[in-house]
Design a protein around this ligand. Sequence first.
Ligand code: COA
Length: 316
Amino acid sequence: MTADPTPEALRQLDLRYRLAGQTADAYHGAGFSVVLQDVIIGRPLADLVDRLAATPLYVVTLTPSAEAIARREAGRAKVAYRAEAASIDALAKAVDDEQPPIGMRLDSSYLTAEETADAIMRVAPAEALVRPRVSGPPAGGVERRLGVELVGGGVRLRPLTPADAWTHLAGEDEAMRAGLEFPRASTVADVMAAIRRWQDSWATDGPVRNFGIRRDHDDRLVGNVEVKLLEPGRVNLSYVVFPAWRRSGVATTAARLALAHAHDALGARHATIKVLPWNHASLAVARRLGAREATPAPTAEDDERYIVFDLDLPLA
Ligand SMILES: CC(C)(COP(=O)(O)OP(=O)(O)OC[C@H]1O[C@@H](n2cnc3c(N)ncnc32)[C@H](O)[C@@H]1OP(=O)(O)O)[C@@H](O)C(=O)NCCC(=O)NCCS
C-alpha cells in the first residue's frame, strides 16, 4: 500500500480482508483455534470484526512504537516499509488516531515474539474479548435483540454496529453537536464507545433503545433515533438526521417507529421530548408528532433550559 492508495488498491485490500475472514471462519468451523494476523487499521478492522462469525472472538492490536518498528525493520532481511509506502511514523500515528477501540492494545516495543504471544495468552481472555462464545445456532437472546428491525414509511431502524461508526461520524455537524449538547466534536473512538454502550443496553434489556435510521431502498445510514426508559411507562425520545437527509420527513417517520417500539416492547404510555428553545427543526418534529408542551413543566433542575413536550402512546 502507498500512502495515498488508489481505489483499485483499496478494493484489493478489502478483498484480502474479506478472504482472510472467510478463511478464518472456515478453519474455525472445521474445529481449529484460529489466529488471523494482518495489518488492519481503522474502519476495515471494525468491518472485519462485524463479518467474522467465529466465537469467542478476541482482538488484539499490537502497538510497538515507531522507533521499535524501525529497529526491527533494520535488523531483518525482508523489506516491509518501502520508501514509496506510508512511513513508519505515519502508520504508527494512524494506529493511534484511527484504530477503533475494539479489543485490547498491547505495546510490544520491548517484547520478543514469544513474550508477545505469552502476554496475549495471559491478558486476552480478560481484556480482548469482543464476542463471547455462542453455542448452538445463533438464536440466543442477544442476537435476537440486536437483530431487531422496524420498517415503515421508507425507513428501516436497526441497532448500530461498530462498523457504522465512520458513517455516523461523517454525519455529525454543528447543528447536531448543538442540538444534542456535545462538549466537542466527536472522534471515531467516541462514536464507537457510544455504539458499544447502545449495544450493551440492547443485549442486557437495559433502558436505552437506540436505532440507526436507514433508507429502506439502499440501507444507507442517515441518522439515529433513541427511546430511553425514564421510569415505568415513560420514555425520553431523541433523534438526529444527518445533514444531507434533513427536511424530508425522516426524523418524524423514524420517531413514530421508535415510539411504537417503546409502546409495544417497553410498555411506554407516555413520551417526553426535551428541546432547546432555539432548535426550530427539533421543535417542528415534536409538533409534527402531535406533542404538546408539558404543563406544568417537569421540575427536574436541568429541565428549565428546555421546552419539554409530552406525548401519549400509542400515537394516533
Ligand atoms: C431535528 C432534526 C432531527 C430534524 O430532522 P428532519 O428529518 O429534517 O425532520 P423532518 O423532515 O421529519 O421534519 C419534521 C418537521 O420539521 C420541519 N423542519 C425540519 N427542519 C426544520 C428547520 N430547520 N426549521 C423549521 N422547520 C423544520 C419540517 O418542515 C417538518 O414539518 P412539516 O411536516 O410541517 O413540513 C434534524 O434537523 C437534526 O438532526 N438536527 C440536529 C440534531 C438535533 O437537534 N436533534 C434534536 C435534539 S432534541
